[in-house]
Design a protein around this ligand. Structure first.
Ligand SMILES: [Zn+2]
Length: 257
């Protein structure tokens, strides 16, 4: 305490001012801190979703309600939201710091009457709103189409959201994500039907695509899980995680040099 007054006097003597900042020179080399856009489903009823995302230790920049369709901004885009968790894409980790997160209100995966897991559909009006929101965010931050991703891409061992009912093809048709050319996929499929690549090939291509995957050379549980997540996005009719010719062809087209 006895130093407080002299220090205060010194500050007053120095003008007590913040340093003057001249912004007349601006650097050409800069971009947005937001390099990725990550899509999620909440997997909870509406009130619970809003509570978790505003009161607990997780958050997202946006929450898109389903009924009525409405967009909430919970975190400003220049601040970090806690939506990605432990995550990785093409070697870049901890994606909260470099991403914008959108949570989409959807109950996600639930056990059906026969015990099998089923996923809730997304209403068209909600998807229309998500598409428009994505379009605005990627334009604002210059986010590349190959960096508009699912939580299930960047944390495949923990997450499946936004799940197989999310219409990624719609985002592709709008030019918002990269998508394999169907003609090229069809052209390459017969060769893979004749000879399906081994686990090492699938793991190498999944890693090139962006997944953090161990190169064990075997169709192990992790590879099955990651293949399933890949199929949910690009071939949602069947996402059992089994390697097949169509999955190989899609992967081959997406990772072609
Ligand atoms: Zn998520």
């Amino acid at each position: 305490m006895r130093f407080a007054l002299p220090c205060l006097l010194l500050l007053i003597a120095a003008g007590c001012a913040r340093p003057a900042i001249d912004t007349s020179h601006r650097a050409k080399s800069q971009d947005s801190r937001a390099q990725f856009l990550i899509l999620h489903f909440t997997g909870e009823p509406w009130e619970r979703s809003m509570h978790i995302l505003t009161e607990e230790n997780v958050s997202a920049h946006y929450l898109v309600r389903d009924n009525p369709v409405k967009v909430y901004r919970l975190v400003d885009e220049d601040r970090r939201a806690w939506h990605a968790g432990v995550s990785s894409w093409k070697g870049q980790t901890q994606l909260n710091a470099a991403s914008i997160g959108i949570e989409i209100q959807n109950l996600g995966d639930v056990a059906g009457p026969d015990g099998k897991v089923v996923y809730h559909p997304y209403p068209k009006e909600q998807i229309d709103t998500v598409v428009e929101l994505v379009r605005q965010i990627v334009a604002r931050h210059g986010i590349r189409p190959d960096r508009v991703l699912a939580h299930s891409d960047i944390a495949p061992m923990r997450k499946v959201d936004p799940g197989p009912t999310f219409p990624w093809k719609r985002l592709a048709d709008e030019g918002l994500i990269t998508w394999p050319d169907p003609a090229k996929v069809a052209a390459r499929k017969p060769a893979f039907e004749a000879s399906l690549p081994d686990a090492a090939w699938f793991q190498a291509r999944l890693a090139t695509h962006g997944f953090d995957i161990a190169r064990t050379g075997a169709f192990d549980a992790a590879t099955t899980r990651i293949l399933g997540n890949f199929q949910m996005k690009y071939r949602p009719e069947v996402y059992d995680g089994r390697p097949d010719a169509e999955t190989a062809a899609i992967l081959d087209v997406l990772t072609a040099p």
